[in-house]
Design a protein around this ligand. Structure first.
Ligand SMILES: C=C1C[C@]23C[C@H]1CC[C@H]2[C@]1(C)CCC[C@@](C)(C(=O)O)[C@H]1[C@@H]3C(=O)O
Ligand SMILES: O=C(O)CCC(=O)C(=O)O
Ligand SMILES: [Fe+2]
Length: 393
């Protein structure tokens, strides 16, 4: 990973822009000041992606099932089976489905979007106060310009969680305290809202984990729920803000990738832009205001011994409308060994992936490799080449 992003010149169209010190931080890294960049005629070359990543003729819509959780949550066995059948078909092919009647308060979701909007509308100087510290995954980032020097995504992100705490009980004030300590007391309410949102996501994650076990036919339907019960030590929220872009066909909001995490619970606004690559072409995921998009990540693909697919997806941007999405990335406690339950090994007991920990995979994506379409494949090689042990699978 290119972590020594050089001093970058912005849109060298005129000297006053190049000398606009506002656009470089103290390390000389580019600062993604979208309010300034949007006014330029061209986007900086660092944001222009290779043609192969930009293909986006009129993309068809992916018919992801809208899985109604009402009956399942009420303990209705027939509803549980119907939900499991829908999830099985989706996760065995492209790994994406949507859930409604999930039990998460609509007002809480709306409040999360409102506070996300409040943060991203701050002047750049304020947002930079929340900048990610080197080595941390938490904090504000503009286009990941501090991490990469090309194929920059046209987005700003704010990432935070509860990690570092032993139990979700002690997680009750971590996010609130993060917001007040980094942005000041005026942001206490934002912290309280995201703390409640985090808790709601944890509860929904465990429901989804049980549904995944049922759909996979795992003997112990609580197996994955138990594996993720202490997820608060490593799961995290990411707020994605995609400004309008004057050359939307040349860049991407988030580049093509598979999530390295376990599952992602994403709430997108009504603008649209999330696309999944399946059946050899890109498909859009229609936004539903009261639904969450759920997708399988690399870690759960390994946990299911490859039965469920972590699928290539991306976020495109547009010329006229900003777009926001709230992602909750479910991750197991960092030291837990990711290993499929025996009843997913098949008669030959064949393992598709080696044992690994989320700590190792997270470290790989943050220090050695930019997550893309082949993260798990390259991680496996990196892991086995850096460990003396022979493949355990
Ligand atoms: C473990 C993670 C790394 C990323 C955030 C989560 C899950 C998705 C990953 C990411 C979004 C994949 C595309 C590249 C990336 C750098 C990004 O555009 O943000 C990835 C995230 C990251 O490394 O910060
Ligand atoms: O914003 C979106 O719709 C998708 C973002 C995404 O895939 C991610 O953050 O991993
Ligand atoms: Fe993703």
């Amino acid at each position: 990973m290119d972590t020594s992003a050089p001093t970058l010149l912005l849109c060298p169209s005129s000297s006053d822009i190049n000398n606009h010190l506002h656009h470089r931080d103290h390390n000389g890294h580019l600062i993604f000041d979208s309010s300034f960049l949007q006014k330029q005629q061209r986007i900086p070359s660092q944001f222009i992606w290779p043609c192969r990543d930009l293909v986006s003729n009129k993309v068809p819509e992916l018919t992801t099932p809208l899985v109604d959780l009402r009956g399942y949550l009420a303990g209705d066995d027939a509803a549980k089976r119907r939900a499991a059948d829908l999830v099985r078909v989706a996760c065995s092919t492209h790994g994406f489905f949507q859930v409604t009647n999930h039990g998460v308060d609509a007002a809480l979701i709306q409040a999360g979007h409102a506070h996300m909007d409040g943060f991203f509308k701050l002047p750049i100087e304020w947002k930079l106060k929340a900048s990610k510290k080197t080595g941390s995954t938490w904090g504000y980032s503009g286009a990941h310009a501090d991490r990469f020097s090309s194929n920059l995504p046209w987005k700003e992100t704010l990432t935070f969680g509860c990690h570092g705490k032993e139990s979700s009980a002690s997680c009750n004030a971590i996010i609130r305290d993060y917001f007040t300590s980094v942005l000041g007391e005026d942001f206490e309410q934002a912290g309280v809202v995201f703390q409640r949102y985090y808790k709601a996501m944890e509860e929904l994650s465990l429901v989804i984990m049980e549904l995944l076990a049922v759909s996979l036919g795992v003997e112990d339907e609580l197996h994955f729920r138990k594996f993720y019960e202490d997820m608060s030590s490593s799961s995290f929220i990411r707020c994605n803000y995609y400004p309008p872009c004057q050359e939307p066909s040349l860049t991407l909001g988030t580049g093509p990738h598979c999530d390295p995490t376990s599952i992602t619970i994403l709430h997108q606004d009504q603008v649209g832009g999330l696309e999944v690559f399946t059946h050899n072409k890109w498909h859009s995921i229609r936004p539903h205001p009261h639904a969450f998009v759920i997708n399988i990540g690399d870690t759960f693909m390994a946990l299911s011994n490859g039965r469920y697919k972590s699928c290539l997806h991306r976020a495109v941007v547009n010329r006229s409308r900003e777009r926001r999405s709230l992602a909750f990335f479910v991750c197991p406690r960092e030291d837990k060994v990711v290993r499929p339950p025996n009843d997913l090994l098949g008669t030959q007991g064949t393992r598709r992936y080696p044992d690994f920990t989320w700590s190792d995979l997270l470290h790989f994506t943050q220090k050695h490799y930019r997550a893309d379409a082949a993260t798990l494949h390259n991680f496996t090689h990196w892991l086995l080449s850096s460990s003396s042990s022979t493949p355990p699978y």
